[in-house]
Ligand binder design. Sequence first.
Ligand code: ADP
Length: 241
Amino acid sequence: MEPMIQVDHLVKRYGEVEAVRDISFAVQKGEIVGFLGPNGAGKSTTMRMLTGYLPLTSGSVRIAGHDVQREPREVKKRIGYMPEVPPLYLDMTVGSFLLFVARIKGVPARERRARVEQVMHQCSIADMEKRSIGKLSKGYRQRVGLAQALINDPDVLILDEPTAGLDPQQIIEIRNLVKSLAGNHTIILSTHILPEVAMTCDRAVIINRGRIVADETIAALAAGRSLEEVFIQLTMQPAAA
Ligand code: ADP
C-alpha cells in the first residue's frame, strides 16, 4: 500500500538559503512520526511544504497518493495542519470559531454541528464552548488549535511544535491528546525536544541543517544504538544561522 505521506528529494531554497536539502522519507498509515531537529533545521519549512501552503523548489510530496503541487485541493481535504502559532480569532468563542473553520474547510452544513461537538469532545474543550478564545490559557488555546486541525476528520495531521510554550502539565496533556489521536490519523509532529519524540512517537526522523541525519524507530533509539550519537551530533553543531 502506498504510504500516507511520501516525500521524495524535497528541496526548498529561500534566495541564497537552502533551508531543506534533498530530503526523502515516508510515513505509513496510522504512524506517529516525530520530526526532530534544532532551531533552524528546516522543520517548519518542511511542514509547510507538506501542507501545500509553501511552494517546493524541487522534489515531490504525495499525501494519500495525491501530489501536493498537482492536486492541492485533494491534499488540503485530507490534511489537518496546526502551525506553530495556530490561527485563532481571540474575540470568537470556541464553538463559533470551530463552526467557522468547519465552514471554510468545506464540511457540509448539515454535518458541521456534529463535527464541532466531536472535536470539542476529542480535545476536552466542550466546557469551553461559550468562552472567548482570548480568555483561555495557552494550553486550552493549543487544544482549540488541535480541534480546528481535526475538524475535517483528516487522514493526516501535521503539527508544528505542538507543545512549544506550554507549561509541564499542559505538555503532558497535549502529548496524551496527540497519542489518543493515533490510529485513526497519520501524524507528523515537529519538535526540538528529543524526549518528546520518545514519549509520543513511533519513529523519529531527525533533521539538521536541512538534511535528514537519522530515521529510526523509537524502539531502535531506545535500544541505544544511536540515541546518544544523534543527540551529540545535534547539540555539538549549532544550527546554521
Ligand atoms: P525550524 O522550523 O527547524 O526551526 P525553519 O524551517 O523555520 O527551521 O528554517 C530553516 C532555515 O530557513 C533557517 O535558516 C531559516 O532562517 C530559513 N528561513 C525560514 N523561513 C525563511 C524565509 N521566509 N525567508 C528566508 N529564510 C527563511
